[in-house]
Design a protein around this ligand. Structure first.
Ligand SMILES: Nc1ncnc2c1ncn2[C@@H]1O[C@H](COP(=O)(O)OP(=O)(O)OP(=O)(O)O)[C@@H](O)[C@H]1O
Ligand SMILES: [Mg+2]
Length: 286
């Protein structure tokens, strides 16, 4: 028996096939176009956000540089201001010492002479007046001397900050009844601007103590060397709420602010710690 191969022809009409293929191709093309568009849009968005971030970083860098420059300039200005203030004080102190005190001394001497040359029959009231005037002149000489020394403490220049603070502390204790203890190495001498700044900071801290603290003792310590030192003024008084300084309820004082500026002008940093009932501590790190 002869066998014949059997063929099954499966197919579609060429037209139908082309249309389907074209449709698929269009779909693919459309998808590819959409994909490209989405990629471009995404890319643009990413680029834009990158640009924004870059801009933000640049702006932040500029702001940081400006802040640094500003703080450096502020430091220079504060130092200049402190220098000018000190030089003004020195000149006032000199004038007070050389012109006012010396004239007062001359007046005192004249009064003494007049007293010795008074006729014997001068009334006792005239003599008493002269004696009172003499005493008043002596007192005024003392006051002028104190003011001129306070304006330009010679001991600060000759002995350094600790001896000057001991001297100031003694007078402060005599006037207020608050004990002042000063500790530290008296041999170490710091740059003049540092010594003046620490002295003025302590003066303001002691003044605040006398005004508000109701303290019995103030402790002043200076530790470290010329490169790095820590200056602490602490009192055992009533303390205060630090938030009260910034809540805008009271007129802000200048003392704490100028202490901080003085510390920063010599490259230091001041920290203030206080709590009601727990005293106050001011630390200056240089
Ligand atoms: N040792 C202290 N004990 C208690 N309170 C203090 C002490 N030091 C400062 N204060 C408080 O901090 C506030 C601010 O002090 P700051 O020296 O800045 O200003 P002031 O003394 O009020 O005014 P100014 O110093 O300008 O004369 C004071 O009003 C006071 O309430
Ligand atoms: Mg004050």
């Amino acid at each position: 028996m002869t066998t014949y191969p059997a063929y099954i022809i499966v197919g579609i009409a060429a037209d139908d096939y082309l249309v389907a293929w074209q449709r698929e191709a269009y779909k693919l093309l459309l998808m590819a176009a959409l994909f490209c568009l989405a990629t471009v849009v995404m890319g643009l968005l990413l680029w834009k956000s990158w640009l924004r971030k870059e801009q933000e970083i640049t702006e932040r860098k500029i702001a940081a540089t400006m802040a640094l420059e500003f703080s450096a300039r502020l430091q220079v200005m504060t130092r200049r201001y402190a220098d000018a203030q000190e030089s003004e004080r020195r000149s006032l102190s000199r004038d007070l010492h050389d012109r006012v005190s010396s004239s007062l001394t001359a007046i005192g001497l004249c009064l003494g002479l007049v007293k010795t040359q008074l006729p014997d029959d001068v009334s006792t009231s005239v003599f008493a007046r002269l004696s009172d005037t003499e005493a008043l002149v002596r007192e005024t000489i003392m006051t002028a001397r104190e003011i001129s020394h306070d304006l330009h403490p010679a001991v600060l220049e000759y002995g350094g900050v600790l001896p000057a603070l001991m001297d100031y502390g003694r007078k402060f204790s005599a006037n207020t009844g608050i004990a002042v203890k000063v500790e530290g190495d008296q041999e170490i001498r710091y740059p003049p601007e540092t010594e003046i700044a620490l002295y003025r900071i302590a003066q303001e801290a002691l003044t605040n103590c006398a005004k508000y603290a109701n303290a019995t003792t103030v402790m002043i310590t200076l530790n470290g060397d010329v490169e790095h030192c820590t200056f602490v003024i602490s009192d055992d008084g009533v303390g205060f709420d630090l938030n009260g300084l910034t809540d805008g309820k009271n007129v802000p004082g200048l003392g704490l602010l100028s202490m901080r500026e003085r510390a920063e002008a010599i490259g230091g940093k001041m920290t203030l710690e206080s709590k009601p009932g727990l005293g106050t501590r001011i630390t200056v790190e240089i």
